[in-house]
Design a protein around this ligand. Structure first.
Ligand code: GAL
Length: 726
């Protein structure tokens, strides 16, 4: 089964080529398959013209499966001949799913495999294609034809990310430097496709002290037959950067690794409130709210100013009941333990809007995928409480795909499969602990995982979910494609239709159901998600635990979306990929480096993103806890203004994002998207984004005020700050 995932375009553009000379944005296109279409002389003048930057579904290609061909005409200038090597490189970007590429009739590359091949169909939609081409195949200064045979096993199909480029190869086409982690040991490995000689350099930094500990360099020769392996050892809070500079190209490759260093200071033993400052509930709907205080247990809780109808469990700190009358109810939340007492001002907002701050919680997908079971959900839910994450405001426990039975009951009612013997019991348990239950379905007849969807049972399912105690619905487009694609109406109204229909029934239920749209950002959902009364909408395809995915989803596709988020309606860049993930029964540590994980959580905090933990909470380690439970970082995400950050500056691979906070300060993230450590003059970096009259700068991860001066940001790392201006 090929899962439907919207494409992740890689961070690479044409600029990755040292000297890209040709870039082409369009090609001729035809569905079907014919070997004659690879030939340069074939007449394709009646073929359709298609953008290479958008996939098939976005360009109205009906039934976007199976074979199709692109024919791309271009003049290749002879100036490309004078390179440091004799070959040129064809940089095609990612293609969904498998391709065979011909230049003037000769096969020059193939990625993935087709159904008829010995290996069977293997999609490689995320892999950027870079094919080295012999100069003798090129017709210099004349028309050339790149013919690409594409096989697509599922939506969306074809080229989709960026223009294709042609240019001189770069070092990375011949030599690769990668950091490999085996068990707990790191090794940098240099692998060469052609003989190369160059300089290896290993720099060890102490991240917390922000200084270089050691530096070593030596000359090395790498040949295609023998990789060079460099053992990398780090102690404590150290980060190691290995570089290789090739003599002939003069270019440098970089790889780095760091130990998972902890920045968040441990919480004090005295009670401390870490939760949101507001909570929205509709009149008459159940109030389900857990007071989020860290500190030594046991704790006794109290709430001052509780409206009629709501009561508190003083041992668990759980509010329940309901409020009949709309209005703002100012409360004081109090927690007491052996070490002291804490009080927090808080407003219970009874009115039409819910989801006043981004939802925080857990979802089963990024860890368990289709192997999810009630037992696994329960295990993460219990750990949310026992390991203390509920003390930081994480409250939703969301079951993703694969809870549904093979068939509906004879009366049409949706039922769970054998992995979920008692979903109502699960809901009751969650509610009695102040946690909320989420569920997943599709407006189509099938979900993405091939399970039963809701099509034609909208009202019935909404009623069933209400009975089970569902507080959150993730409604995933997937199977709805079967209804949508054949219909010529692809207007925004047509995209919105299934979502409006469901919302009508959700709103009829006597409980609040956070409504989360999942349709990967189609038809710019952020511009109309609010109008269908959604509480959040996914803005992209699925995230995965790689830098390419994080870069694409976070640093590329969220730019400019800030005007569309606010209390009650949020942009959702997908769930978190820290901790143990795996989308299956077998889990692994997130493949993001520690610095990338800091960048990930910082960006999601800035973006006012849904904070849905994607790992198995029962197996959470101290590093992951430190990422998820920094109360100052989370306070930005939960800030009651709900102003999503905007990108203020992108320069030399550095992005600076900021957002206004309700206390008048500004959260600023300076992200180093480069492979090298970045020295930053703090005053200069802040001045560049208009923050000149600065009274105070606080490092949010370290939770301490810092002076102006020179700081170093790790590769793919972040400096996450709260700035107070005079
Ligand atoms: C995808 C969705 C994922 C997950 C999956 C379940 O379409 O984007 O987040 O829900 O379906 O099959």
């Amino acid at each position: 089964m090929k899962k439907f995932l919207l494409m992740v375009a890689l961070a690479l553009g044409c600029s990755v080529l040292v000297s890209a000379q040709v870039s082409v944005k369009e090609g001729r296109f035809r569905k079907g398959d014919n070997p004659a279409w690879s030939q340069a002389g074939f007449n394709d003048s009646d073929w359709q013209v298609l953008s290479l930057e958008k996939d098939w579904t976005l360009q109205g290609i009906q039934n976007p499966y199976g074979y199709a061909w692109y024919r791309i005409h271009l003049v290749i200038p002879s100036s490309l001949k004078q390179g440091s090597t004799d070959r040129i490189v064809l940089d095609l970007g990612p293609i969904d799913d498998a391709d065979e590429t011909f230049l003037n009739g000769t096969l020059v590359g193939k990625t993935g495999s087709n159904p008829g091949d010995a290996a069977g169909f293997v999609g490689e939609w995320q892999t950027p294609r870079r094919y080295l081409v012999e100069p003798k195949l090129v017709r210099w200064d004349k028309d050339n034809v790149i013919a690409v045979r594409v096989y697509n096993g599922g939506d969306p199909g074809g080229f989709y990310a960026r223009p294709i480029c042609l240019g001189k190869p770069e070092l990375a086409d011949f030599v690769q430097l990668t950091m490999v982690k085996k068990e707990d040991r790191h090794q940098a490995v240099i692998h060469a496709k052609a003989q190369s000689r160059g300089l290896v350099k290993v720099v060890v930094r102490d991240v917390l002290e922000d200084k270089v500990v050691s530096e070593k360099e030596w000359k090395a020769t790498v040949s295609p037959r023998a990789d060079v392996a460099i053992p990398v050892t780090m102690q404590g809070q150290q980060q190691v950067t290995v570089t290789y500079t090739d003599d002939k190209f003069g270019e440098t490759l970089t790889a780095s690794a760091s130990a998972p260093y902890i920045l968040t200071p441990p919480a004090p033993a005295t009670p401390r409130y870490n939760g949101p400052l507001v909570f929205g509930v509709r009149p008459g709907s159940p109030v389900i709210f857990r007071l989020a205080f860290s500190g030594e247990k046991p704790m006794k809780y109290a709430v001052e100013g509780l409206p009629e109808g709501v009561s508190l469990d003083p041992d668990k700190g759980v509010l329940s009941g309901s409020v009949a009358k709309a209005g703002d109810y100012p409360l004081v939340l109090v927690a007491k333990n052996a070490k002291g007492e804490a009080r927090a001002e808080f407003t219970l907002k009874v009115g039409a809007r819910i989801g006043l701050t981004p939802p925080m919680g857990w979802n089963s997908w990024n860890c368990w995928g289709l192997s999810v079971s009630q037992e696994k959900v329960m295990s993460s839910a219990a750990a949310l409480i026992n390991r203390g994450l509920a003390d930081y405001g994480y409250a939703y426990i969301n079951i993703d795909d694969a809870w549904e039975a093979e068939e509906r009951a004879p009366d049409g009612r949706i039922v769970t499969n054998e992995k979920f013997p008692d979903i109502k019991g699960l809901g009751d348990w969650l509610h009695s602990n102040g946690l909320k239950m989420g569920i997943y379905s599709s407006p189509g007849d099938r979900t993405c995982g091939g399970y039963l969807g809701t099509l034609d049972h909208e009202q019935q399912d909404a009623e069933t979910w209400n009975e089970w105690g569902v507080d959150y619905l993730k409604y995933d487009w997937c199977g709805y494609r079967k209804v949508f694609n054949p219909d010529p109406d692809h207007s925004v109204a047509a995209y919105a239709r299934p979502y409006m229909k469901m919302q009508q029934y959700l709103r009829q239920q006597p409980r609040d159901i956070f409504y989360s749209l999942c349709q990967y950002g189609m038809a710019q959902v952020w511009t109309w998600g609010h109008a269908v009364d959604a509480n959040s909408w996914r803005t992209t395809g699925d995230i995965t635990d790689t830098w390419e995915s994080l870069y694409d989803i976070g640093f590329k596709r969220q730019v400019g979306l800030h005007p569309y988020a606010g209390p009650g309606h949020w942009n959702d860049p997908d769930m978190l990929v820290v901790g143990k993930v795996g989308w299956s029964n077998s889990l692994r540590d997130s493949r993001l480096t520690p610095d990338e994980q800091y960048a990930h959580i910082s960006l999601w905090s800035l973006l006012a993103a849904n904070m849905l933990i994607g790992c198995d909470i029962a197996q959470i380690d101290d590093f992951t806890f430190n990422l998820l439970c920094n109360n100052e970082v989370n306070a930005v995400n939960q800030d009651i203004l709900g102003h999503q950050a905007h990108m203020d500056l992108e320069e030399d691979g550095v992005q600076t994002w900021s957002r206004d906070l309700y206390d008048g300060s500004i959260a600023v993230g300076i992200f180093n998207l480069n492979e090298e450590t970045l020295p930053v003059d703090l005053a200069g970096a802040l001045a560049k984004v208009g923050l000149e009259e600065v009274a105070k700068v606080r490092d949010l991860w370290r939770q301490k005020d810092i002076p102006m001066g020179l700081y170093h940001i790790a590769p793919h790392g972040v400096l996450y700050l709260k700035v107070t201006v005079k």
